[in-house]
Design a protein around this ligand. Structure first.
Ligand SMILES: [Zn+2]
Length: 308
């Protein structure tokens, strides 16, 4: 299995007491390095090519974000009440390497790597075509999907998102695109407010809103029925995962009560789908997850299920 990451992703600073902090990625990488069950190769995430990023986000949008980067201190890119999507002096490379990880992973995937994880921050699934929000600037998973289609002529890509928040950005980007299926389980209502079952796109969007307080067994039932079954019918050639671990019971930002081992079950079900339709090919992208112990345990479960 391959893991893409980069020390630049640790340099993005969001300020004191911000949940999206470098220690998240430290715990994840530390935990991955301790996995002895199978071989893991680490690769450095390259800087994303702006021509490829622009398959999703117009260059004008990307340039505007970078022009706002401060020489020191922090600048928020959103208006109240969610003024917590921050730019710091080191943001540019962190943003471009997070996206570049997915692009390089696509090239590896199409050259015979079956399972790849992008250990990156900032995350991406809240970033819309023209809007940075929810700690996200470039939609990493969306760029990878478009790149798969553009360079490798892959017809049907599925993005499965089990982060506890709805990936409004991914949904917005592919809302009218029948070649990309987006399936998401998420606590509802919760930030960002989208993700009801009525939002169906052109029959390619599969939202599974979940009430707060639900535990693993019930979660899996809904996930299977409302996300996996429709994706199964879609028959994706490649599966991309938006892997957020904030539906964990320890997570401070949400109220779904998954245990670490539930991430094994969730991932295993996605792997089963990939084995049927996608020659087992999966790229998984780190999205949210804000409790360090939950992250380090859950990532191990995720990897054990992804084991090639
Ligand atoms: Zn999240």
């Amino acid at each position: 299995m391959l893991v893409y990451s980069h020390t630049d992703c640790l340099l993005k600073d969001n300020g004191f007491n911000h949940p999206e902090r470098k220690e998240r990625l430290d715990s994840i990488l530390e935990s991955i390095k301790q996995i002895k069950e199978f071989k893991i190769d680490f690769k450095k995430a390259p800087i994303a090519d702006l021509d490829i990023v622009s398959l999703v986000h117009p260059k004008k949008y990307i340039e505007k974000i970078f022009s706002n980067i401060p020489k020191k201190g922090l600048i928020g890119v959103e208006k109240e009440p969610y003024a917590d999507t921050m730019l710091c002096a080191n943001s540019k490379n962190a943003i471009l390497r997070s996206c570049g990880a997915g692009i390089a992973a696509v090239d590896d995937l199409m050259n015979n790597s079956k399972r790849i994880f992008c250990a990156i921050r900032p995350p991406g699934h809240h970033a819309e075509t023209m809007k940075a929000m929810g700690f996200c600037f470039i939609n990493n998973v969306a760029v990878a999907a478009r790149y798969l289609q553009k360079k490798y002529k892959v017809n049907k890509v599925a993005i499965i998102d089990f982060d506890v928040h709805h990936g409004n950005g991914t949904q917005e980007i592919f809302y009218k695109d029948e070649t990309v299926a987006y399936g998401s389980s998420h606590e509802f209502p919760l930030f960002p407010g989208t993700g009801s079952e009525e939002e169906i796109g052109v029959g390619n969007i599969f939202n599974a809103p979940i009430k707060s307080g639900i535990k693993g067994k019930e979660f899996l039932k809904v996930f299977e029925e409302k996300v996996l079954n429709p994706i199964d019918k879609f028959k994706p050639e490649i599966i991309l995962i938006s892997a957020g671990f904030d539906a964990h019971t320890r997570d401070p930002l949400a109220n779904i009560n998954l245990e670490s081992k539930d991430f094994y079950e969730i991932t295993k079900k996605i792997v089963d789908l990939a084995n049927v339709h996608s020659k087992g090919r999966i790229i998984s992208f780190l999205e949210g997850g804000y409790d360090l112990l939950a992250l380090s345990e859950s990532i191990k479960e995720h990897f054990l299920a992804l084991k090639p």
